[in-house]
Design a protein. Structure first.
Lengths: 153, 188
């Protein structure tokens, strides 16, 4: 791998996006690694929009496989058996873990990647109106949690 | 609202891949590259081998198979005609007479040495092999055994030099570049 500052930044952005989807460090790393290898193997452009779309597709693909495996093994859904492995930011980690992957993804793309609602809608292939509504609802939810936390403290 | 956005941004921006993880990605890429090189080399050699076998087949085996099939078809027809034992339409022991009387032939009958020295001409008749007009020469060997020689124009660009046995009839082929000769006789 030809190491460069740009590549490092690109992979870190991909990793953060993968974190927003999985909310798990190891899964996020696997996701970004597999996606990067896939892109290089297929000589695809190494740009953030492509990386994000491919990570997303890979994540959905993994989820489908997991669901099939869970159904076959007749085990409970992974969402309910989720155990985060973050050790820092316990408050944020907790409230983000309480969001659905879809809410986390929208929040991440909007706040961290600073995507517009239209851009998020394109990535997630859902209507812009739905994005705006989920975004507003999720921000309210986060605000409420923050207030609760301040009260507790 | 701004506060929570700031915290979310800081939360995610504080996450980054470790040096070990970068190395692992790089190692994964190297391993994948090595595997790809091995696989692509195998594929390359396999493709070259297949092309080589294909060339060999089309250069040597395919023409040989076609030749054998043509000779076998001729032998079938000649053996069938030979077994019909049709009488000579022109009875003569002179090839010049035959040439004169069989004026519909688009070639001149010549008696090759292997016929003229061992066999006696008894006559001839028109015939056809592979829809080509042919001369059927009635011959006899020294023991008085019936032998038929089929002579027709050669259209093929390969050498006829083969002996084929069809239903107890031995058919021996040869050519002189212009004509094909096929000698048919019952096998003892």
């Amino acid at each position: 791998m030809v190491y460069s500052k740009e590549l490092e930044e690109l992979l870190n952005r991909g990793y953060r996006y993968a974190l927003s989807l999985t909310h798990n460090k190891d899964d996020a790393f696997d996701l970004v690694q597999n996606t990067y290898l896939k892109l290089v193997e297929k000589s695809k452009p190494l740009i953030i929009s492509y990386l994000i779309t491919t990570i997303r597709n890979q994540y959905i693909d993994n989820k489908r496989k997991e669901n099939l495996r869970f159904k076959w093994q007749n085990k409970k859904n992974q969402e309910t058996s989720y155990e985060p492995n973050f050790t820092v930011e316990p408050f944020l980690e907790r409230i983000l873990s309480e969001l659905s992957p879809k809410e986390r993804e929208i929040i991440f793309l909007s706040i961290v990647e600073e995507y517009t609602a239209k851009e998020i809608a394109d990535v997630m292939t859902i209507p812009r109106g739905t994005i705006l509504s989920i975004l507003s609802r999720t921000k309210q939810k986060l605000k409420l949690k923050l207030k609760e936390n301040i009260k507790e403290v | 609202m701004k506060e929570i956005e700031k915290q979310v941004k800081e939360f995610y921006n504080s996450k980054s891949l470790s040096i070990e993880q970068f190395e692992a990605i790089g190692n994964g890429l190297n391993n994948k590259n090595k595997q790809q090189i091995v696989v692509s080399n195998i594929l390359k050699y396999a493709a070259v081998f297949i092309v080589f076998v294909g060339i060999l087949y089309s250069l040597f085996l395919l023409p040989k198979q076609r030749q054998n099939s043509i000779v076998n078809e001729f032998a079938d027809e000649i053996a069938f005609n030979h077994r019909k034992k049709l009488p000579a339409e022109i009875k003569t022991n002179n090839v010049l007479v035959l040439n004169k009387k069989m004026d519909k032939l688009d070639f001149e009958i010549v008696l090759p040495q292997k016929i003229s020295t061992n066999l006696v001409l008894k006559g001839g008749r028109y015939c056809s092999v592979d829809n080509r007009i042919a001369a059927q020469l009635k011959l006899e060997n020294k023991q008085g055994k019936r032998v038929t020689c089929y002579v027709f124009k050669k259209n093929e660009n390969f050498e006829f030099d083969k002996k084929v046995i069809k239903d107890n009839v031995e058919v021996t082929f040869w050519d002189d570049k212009v004509l094909i000769f096929a000698l048919a006789t019952e096998k003892d």
